[in-house]
Design a protein around this ligand. Structure first.
Ligand SMILES: [Fe+2]
Length: 464
């Protein structure tokens, strides 16, 4: 397989440089003691292009590669595999890239469009489990099903019933086993569909939701009663993506659509908010006649991540940080409040609390932007007190999303461990950190990986 050609993107070099091999390594070296209750696998997906790009490269374009750290009886092993999507299989046959990307849109060879669409389903954004299926997700297409050992089974179209795309950020309800999700497109109407799958993976509810423009809708939230659609003006219709008009169109306004879990387009109540963008929400829940939502707000969005014009994370009150929206269903109002300032992202809670009131959230934070050019701390935010507990990494180390692995014997929201990679930006050495859920400054164990894991996107802890 070829290696990546030089290209002017920082996401192809240094700590982000794609890795080129698939490893299986047993009995990893460990500092500290892996809790015996951690029996399962921490999977993390990310962008890892196998072939050099056809033009300008964007971090979101690369082929999905899943890195797995398997923990059992206090021991650890590592395995990584590309997600073998239809597009990647064709590229392997050709020996080079065949698809453009989001900064470099171009039609693939005509014979591939019927099978693969106009963009490659990169399966690179998230890795989740539902109804016993492990699914690598990419928000423009179907999920890719993997085995426990990370072999690719193929695309999952929900028995032929799924129409359109499947978000990389579905939301589960731990009490009912339902999975709520949506799919968007900027290519044609309907721009948005909303779905519910039951605990067996059967698609039990689907409907089209009318929105005025095709917008990048990366995440959403659900509560016990409602699902909330966030129509924010990051327009992905081709006219805006390719004409130079730009995707950010604040004049189009922004609104939150609230619908019952099994509601349809006619049931949606829209609430106007000031234009902003939220890549990731922390959680949401019902509070009487209110709905409370927490998420990481930015004032606008620009996908040109290679630009130096990205928001300054140290600018405390510029509309950046963890925000709380309170939607009053009786009064028809939305209150927006900043609850934690500074650049924070990848918010997560204990999965058992998704859609229900949670007290603690975990985030990746950038405290010293100049130091490593990325996240340099793990943060636990206490919504009850406003206290932020920060585990600042050693100099030269960076991290990504922090995932909560619940103690199967636990009862408290924080009974468990926070898992995240710590990557040395100079020599690439990578450790999996296992932090105490009650005190994330307490490092319980550190698993030394046999290779650099490039910073990536989302992961999950899957109990055995
Ligand atoms: Fe995401």
């Amino acid at each position: 397989m070829s290696t990546i050609e030089a290209a002017p993107s920082r996401f192809l070099t240094g700590v982000f440089e794609p890795v080129h091999d698939e490893l299986d390594v047993q009995n990893l070296s460990v500092t500290g003691t892996i809790p015996a209750a951690l029996d399962g696998v921490y999977l993390r997906n990310g962008s890892n292009p196998q072939f050099g790009p056809l033009g300008a490269y964007h971090w979101f374009d690369g082929d999905g590669m899943v890195h797995g750290v398997y923990l059992s009886n206090g021991t650890a092993s590592y395995r990584n595999r590309w997600v073998e999507t239809p597009g990647l299989r064709h590229e392997r046959e050709a020996g080079n890239a065949l698809f453009g990307g989001i900064m470099n849109f171009q039609l693939p060879p005509a014979e591939l469009i019927a099978e693969c669409g106009v963009m490659k389903n990169a399966a690179n954004t998230n890795i989740v489990r539902h109804a016993g299926k492990i699914l690598a997700l990419w928000e423009g297409g179907f999920p890719s099903e993997l085995t426990w050992n990370l072999d690719t089974v193929g695309l999952w179209d929900m028995g032929g019933r799924l129409e359109g795309a499947f978000t990389a950020h579905p939301k589960w309800d731990a009490k009912t086993g339902e999975l709520m999700f949506f799919g968007y497109t900027g290519l044609q109407k309907p721009f948005l569909r909303y779905h519910v799958a039951d605990r067996t993976g059967a698609l039990v509810h689907s409907c089209e939701i009318e929105i005025p423009h095709g917008v990048m809708m990366h995440d959403f939230v659900t509560t016990e009663r409602f699902s909330l659609i966030w129509d924010m003006p990051a327009v992905v219709e081709l006219e805006y993506m390719m004409s130079g008009k730009g995707m950010w169109q604040p004049d189009f306004g922004a609104r939150i659509g609230v619908l019952p879990r099994y509601g349809t387009n006619a049931d949606v109540r829209w609430f106007e908010i000031d234009p902003c963008y939220v890549f990731h929400f922390m959680n949401a829940w019902d509070d009487g006649d209110n709905i409370v939502v927490l998420g990481c707000r930015i004032p606008s969005v620009d996908l040109n991540f290679d630009s130096d014009d990205a928001p300054d994370p140290m600018a405390d009150n510029s509309g950046i940080g963890l925000y709380k929206w309170t939607i009053d269903l009786t009064a028809g109002t939305v209150k927006e409040e900043q609850v934690s300032s500074g650049f924070q992202e990848f918010p997560r809670v204990n999965d058992a609390f998704v859609g229900y009131q949670s007290r603690y959230g975990h985030l990746s934070a950038t405290l010293d932007r100049a130091a490593v050019g990325g996240f340099d701390a793990v943060m636990q935010y206490d919504l009850a007190t406003g206290e932020r507990t920060v585990n600042k990494l050693a100099p030269g180390k960076t991290t990504g999303e922090a995932v909560f692995a619940a103690d199967p014997n636990g009862t408290d929201e924080r009974d468990g461990w926070v898992l995240t990679y710590e990557i040395d930006v100079t020599d690439g050495s990578t450790d999996l950190l296992i932090l105490d859920g009650h005190d994330i400054t307490n490092e319980v164990a550190r698993v030394h990986l046999p290779r650099r894991v490039p910073p990536g996107f989302h992961g999950n802890w899957l109990p055995a």
